[in-house]
Design a binder for this molecule. Structure first.
Ligand code: SF4
Length: 323
């Protein structure tokens, strides 16, 4: 799927730290929601980010889109450092970075007609005439598989899958270079998920855009991604193309995540390694590997030295002292 090798997005050592507040609103420490997170996304590529709830994948997406500020690190988008840009510069960058939300019910204003929802970004950014804007909106509706009548209807008149199509049309309105899709199908019925994922793939080819696709469901991420980053407690533990990741997962956490994917044929099921132990608190008191408390392969150095991502094969990186 990746045709060109040029970088669209480069994220370097991104961290997001929140204060940990105790009794009497006194700060008693910090929580690292994102910890030294680095990743790249190529033009036209889909990078999947997976991990359990609270692993920092949504925080990573929001920091990259500048919806929240990073504590440290850098976000380079289209060769420009956008980590601290503000005002009109940020507004101009936002045009090229759009978002598809998890819950189409919550992200679409129920009091606005669908046509107005989709055309809002065009009206705000393009300076086109009303007729041009309406024509473009009608085209977008058609492109996501909705009829022109939808223009005059309200979000509540549609099913969940159709509402997500409206959300996709709105994200596409300004022909962005990058779309952050944060759990875009997890609120939909299984039968509708594949339709929405296939639509996203078709649109990606047509518009040559990149996706940063965030999900907790590995089978969904496998369907759409070119490369996948596995996150644990605010950091990446493994990055690889999807074939390498699913056929030869290396990090103990990735291996267990993949083993947990339901397989209908019992003969093809692999032994599942059960997670043991408590999840480490992502505060400033622990040293070493964040996964050590749940890892059956932990050795003494795992509690002392933090493993960093190392190249272990073409495009395959893992952060674990076993490698
Ligand atoms: Fe397990 Fe150690 Fe690897 Fe962490 S570094 S995943 S504790 S073996």
């Amino acid at each position: 799927m990746v045709e060109r090798d040029d970088l669209l997005l480069e994220v370097k050592n991104l961290s997001k730290v929140y204060p940990l507040v105790g009794a009497f609103r006194k700060q008693v420490g910090t929580i690292k929601a994102l910890n030294d997170f680095s990743i790249t996304v190529k033009q036209g590529e889909t990078l999947g980010l997976v991990g359990e709830t609270g692993c920092g994948k949504s925080t990573a997406g929001r920091v990259i889109l500048r919806l929240i500020d990073a504590t440290s690190g850098a976000v380079i988008f289209q060769k420009q450092d956008i980590t601290a840009v503000k005002g009109s510069q940020l507004r101009s960058i936002r045009k090229d970075m759009q978002m598809i939300f998890q819950d189409p019910n919550a992200s679409l204003n129920p009091r606005m007609m669908v046509g107005d929802i989709i055309s809002e970004p065009i009206r705000n950014y393009s300076g086109q005439s009303k007729i041009q804007t309406k024509d473009q909106t009608m085209e977008l509706l058609q492109r996501v598989g909705l009829s022109g009548e939808a223009y005059f209807q309200y979000p509540l008149e549609f099913s969940g899958g159709q509402r997500q199509r409206i959300g996709i049309a709105r994200a596409l309105a300004l022909k962005p270079k990058l779309i952050l899709a944060d759990e875009p199908v997890s609120a939909l019925d299984i039968s509708v998920q594949a339709q929405v994922l296939n639509l996203m793939q078709d649109l990606q080819q047509e518009y040559n855009m990149s996706y940063l696709f965030i999900a907790h469901d590995l089978s969904v991420v496998k369907h759409i991604s070119d490369r996948i980053g596995v996150m644990y407690l605010g950091g990446l533990v493994e990055v690889a193309d999807k074939i390498s990741l699913y056929q030869s997962p290396l990090h103990p956490y990735t291996r267990d995540l993949i083993a947990a994917i339901p397989v209908p044929d019992p003969r093809k099921r692999v032994e599942r390694m059960a997670f043991e132990g408590e999840i480490t608190r992502p505060n400033d008191s622990f040293t070493g590997c964040a996964f050590q408390s749940r890892c059956r392969f932990a050795k003494p150095e795992c509690s002392e030295i933090k493993p960093t991502l190392k190249q272990v094969g073409p495009g395959h990186q893992v952060a674990c002292h076993l490698y």
